[in-house]
Design a protein around this ligand. Structure first.
Ligand code: ARG
Ligand code: ZN
Length: 843
């Protein structure tokens, strides 16, 4: 059943308050609800309908009189009085049997919830839609020593605890946790002097992995006060780590629930990248308290209203805590890796979709990451000062509202006086715009002419021009910047911009900071790119010019059997040698495109990517780099050595990133000697794991994998890395077999989403291994998706996107992938979640 944005109608009643009593029991939890409804005059007439799924209704009453509602698999209807009334119901549910991990479920003996987007209807009958907001009082009964819900603790006694949340909220922000948990406590004083109790709750044994998350939380609270003027609004803020979780984390009011992989951290068990991600996710969920909770979404089509903005805010936070340049480059790498393929394939959809069957399938890179890019463009267009003025107005005008993208746009129009009607197309048009550029110079006037087109996407054959903020700087032939960064505002399909008074034809640095999420098509001479690599003042474009040269080089290697481009490698070497530059930046420069990125570039340039040829090209390029830089590598390794005690900060992480880039090349020369030494002496997970990756890559991994297993077999999160790495770092011929073998391993608990992803997700991400010519990679993944779908539709549906690029490949591979998709589609009893994904993929 497809739901359309255009069909929105408000619910016919308001909810004054919700009172829940939850009597916990693994297979017979009772939920008693008392809810005050009142009709609202401004809503169209409708039957009284409450959502409810997989509930056993034991009793229902209106104003104390028993009623017998009409029940369907989606919910119930019931005649109700004309005026306000009290609804009471009691249902039974079985959290221990809930393997979908949506609603109330159990993870390692602990009760927890995930209600976004539509999980609350699996807990009790309710108008489960984000525009119905109410205050909640929750009484939890059970023997579990810790019992938590939203808001502030109200009262408790032997075997019960009561919570009251004074802030009206939609049901998707409801949460409940109960179990034998330990807390890592902290506190925070807001800028207006309010004392807030902070806790991170974990399973016994994980207490030592909370300190970093706690610090990240305090930094987030301070940052949101300083940058956005937003203060926390309850007496307590709880964070809980859960092992079985479909997503990263959830911003439930006052009770954030995290996938344990996104909060637990220690130097011995977490990599630098883990630490950075944890800091960002803690911030993201905390920032939702204002952008998501205090101001929520009218309906799920508006998801980007909270997610795009909150991703944008967490990226600003990371930029401030660490290196803004490195963060921007990393974000663009991720956008191109995750969002561009989505936007250019059968799953393409606008940042604000206009229809869906299953909303859980729209928690996508487009809604989140492109949604954040749209905010970044808006900020660049209106300027920092106007941006914060608009945000102040947004919080003032919409606090307590369930808002829309129209509200958001209007706030910016009212605050800045701009007409944003064309800008709004970013929310409604899917697809990645292509931007081409030509230049002209005569008599001191330099002209840049841009052309934009957006290819058709499913359901959108024709696209109108979008507003593109194009950040440009000009350098003179000596390498000096003659025009600093200027934002050109492109609104037409074709548009020229002139720069006067130049003494010589300049070299343009276009799309600085990746100021718009487009594919820039520019056939500039390699010399010009090399010039920018050496001289650009914009770090992003310096990196980008090298990346462009790398892309050209790899495309030539794959399609013409060319040799690696030595001119580019010379230019790159100068940057890598420059020890005045941040090691993290140099590590990014050394990294080069991934194989999927090369496939993407080949596709964008009209070639059919051949995964085996891509593998070979990447291998020979890496080998050429290693040989070329063999005298440089030891000095870089020395520079990358960290002598102080481990800290997961930007400075040390940058050094280790450089060190691991160097080690990967060294391994090609010494067969794994240096990696073995590093593996033996490593006292933190970053060094241990980067060494292990090199050993796997060198095929010298047996002893190391065994040692690593023996050392970490009791640590779930480290074992996820052990599973993933053996697949990720191996050669393509071995990837499917290793994956299959690991699914037989006793520690492969496929019902745990993290473990499932660490094995099958690693296969899907191994470009050449997944695309094995005979289709065994595809078949293996499809077998497991079919198996998982019966237990956990959400995670299954999400992982179907591994097939989203299927139409790019050769006819044989296309046929093999299509056959697997059809096999999944034909399964009797397939979940609606997976059904929708597969049908979109096949359309
Ligand atoms: N709102 C959560 C977050 O970003 C994600 C929850 C997604 N849940 C889901 N079932 N799709 O931060
Ligand atoms: Zn979010």
């Amino acid at each position: 059943q497809t739901i359309h944005l255009a069909d929105y109608t408000p619910f016919g009643w308001t909810v004054r308050d919700v009172h829940l009593t939850v009597k916990l029991s693994p297979r017979a939890t009772r939920v008693v609800a008392r809810i005050h409804f009142a009709p609202r005059g401004d809503a169209p007439a409708q039957d009284f309908f409450l959502h409810g799924e997989e509930l056993t209704l034991l009793r229902a009453a209106i104003d104390g009189a028993e009623v017998t509602p009409e029940i369907t698999p989606q919910g119930l209807t019931c005649p109700v009085p004309d005026g306000p009334f009290l609804w009471e119901s009691e249902v039974e549910i079985a959290p221990a049997d809930n393997t979908a991990l949506e609603g109330l479920y159990m993870s390692n003996g602990m009760y927890c919830t995930q209600c976004e987007a539509e999980g609350f209807r699996k807990i009790t009958y309710y108008p489960d839609r984000p525009d119905v907001m109410a205050t909640f009082t929750v009484r939890i009964e059970g023997d579990e020593p810790v019992k938590l819900s939203n808001g502030n603790p109200a009262d408790s006694g032997a075997g019960w605890a009561e919570w009251h949340d004074p802030w009206p909220k939609p049901a998707y922000l409801f949460a409940l946790v109960a179990g034998d948990l330990r807390n890592h406590p902290g506190s925070f004083t807001t800028k207006s002097g309010k004392e807030v109790e902070l806790n991170i709750w974990v399973r016994p044994g994980d207490e030592g992995k909370c300190a970093f998350g706690m610090e990240a939380l305090k930094k987030s609270m301070t940052w949101d006060e300083e940058v956005y003027g937003r203060e926390y609004d309850l007496d307590i803020f709880n964070v809980v780590a859960v092992d079985d979780f479909n997503m990263g984390a959830m911003e439930n009011k006052g009770l954030n629930i995290f996938n344990s992989s996104c909060v637990l951290a220690s130097p011995e068990t977490s990599t630098d990248a883990n630490f950075e991600r944890i800091e960002a996710i803690i911030a993201h969920e905390y920032f939702h308290n204002w952008t998501g909770n205090r101001i929520t979404c009218r309906d799920w089509f508006q998801l980007c209203l909270k997610e795009g903005l909150t991703v944008y805010r967490d990226s600003q936070f990371t930029s401030d805590m660490r290196s803004a340049e490195v963060k921007r480059i990393s974000d663009v790498i991720a956008l191109r890796a995750r969002q561009f393929p989505e936007d250019q394939g059968p799953l393409a959809h606008p940042v604000r979709p206009e229809s869906f069957q299953e909303i859980n399938n729209f928690y996508t890179a487009t809604v989140y990451e492109k949604g954040a890019e749209v905010i970044g463009m808006l900020k660049r267009l209106v300027g920092d000062e106007e941006y914060y003025k608009a945000l102040d107005l947004y919080f003032e005008r919409h606090d307590g509202d369930a808002a829309t993208i129209e509200d958001w746009i209007r706030v910016f129009e009212d605050a800045t006086g701009r007409d944003l009607s064309q800008f709004k197309r970013w929310y409604s048009q899917a697809g990645t715009p292509r931007l081409s550029v030509s230049e002209d110079f005569s008599e001191g006037t330099y002209t840049l002419t841009f052309r934009q087109t957006t290819p058709p996407t499913p359901g959108q054959p024709d696209k109108a021009p979008q507003v593109l903020p194009i950040a440009v700087g000009l350098l003179n032939p000596n390498g000096h910047e003659v025009v600093p960064t200027t934002v050109l505002e492109m609104t037409e399909a074709e548009q020229s911009f002139t720069f006067e008074g130049l003494s010589a034809k300049p070299v343009p640095s276009i799309l600085r900071g990746f100021s718009a999420p487009v594919v820039l098509e520019r056939d500039s001479a390699p010399e010009e790119r090399a010039f920018l690599l050496a001289h650009d003042t914009d770090a992003f474009n310096r990196w980008e010019s090298s990346r462009d040269l790398a892309r050209d080089c790899l495309v030539a290697m794959v399609t013409e059997g060319a040799a690696p481009d030595t001119a580019w490698l010379d230019g790159l070497e100068r940057v890598i040698r420059d020890d005045t530059l941040d090691p993290a930046f140099r590590a990014l420069m050394m990294g080069g495109p991934t194989q999927s990125e090369t496939a993407q570039v080949l596709h964008e340039r009209g070639h059919v990517p051949d995964p085996d040829a891509i593998w070979d090209a990447h291998e020979s390029l890496r080998q050429a780099m290693a040989e070329r830089w063999q005298d440089l590598l030891p000095a870089l390794a020395e520079e990358a050595r960290v002598t102080e005690a481990y800290r997961p900060d930007a400075a040390q992480s940058g050094k280790r990133a450089l060190g691991s880039a160097v080690l990967a090349l060294q391994t090609r020369l010494d067969g794994g000697k240096a990696a073995e030494a590093q593996f033996a002496s490593a006292d933190n997970m970053t060094l241990q794991l980067s060494a292990l990756a090199c050993l796997v890559q060198a095929g010298r991994d047996e002893a190391a994998l065994r040692a690593f297993h023996d050392q970490w077999q009791d640590d779930r999160l480290v074992m996820d890395k052990w599973f993933a790495l053996q697949i990720a770092a191996t050669t393509p011929d071995k990837a499917p077999e290793r994956t299959a073998a690991l699914t037989e391993h006793p520690a492969f608990d496929w019902t745990n989403p993290n473990r499932f992803r660490s094995v099958l997700g690693a296969l899907a991400m191994h470009h050449t291994g997944f695309h094995a010519k005979d289709g065994r990679g595809y078949k293996l993944l499809a077998d497991w998706l079919i198996k998982l779908d019966a237990k956990n539709p959400q995670t299954t549906a999400r992982m179907c996107s591994a097939f989203q690029t299927w139409k790019r490949y050769d006819a044989d591979r296309q046929a093999l992938m299509k056959a697997q998709l059809e096999r999944i589609a034909a399964r009797p009893g397939l979940s609606p979640d997976t059904g929708e994904m597969v049908s979109r993929l096949l359309s």
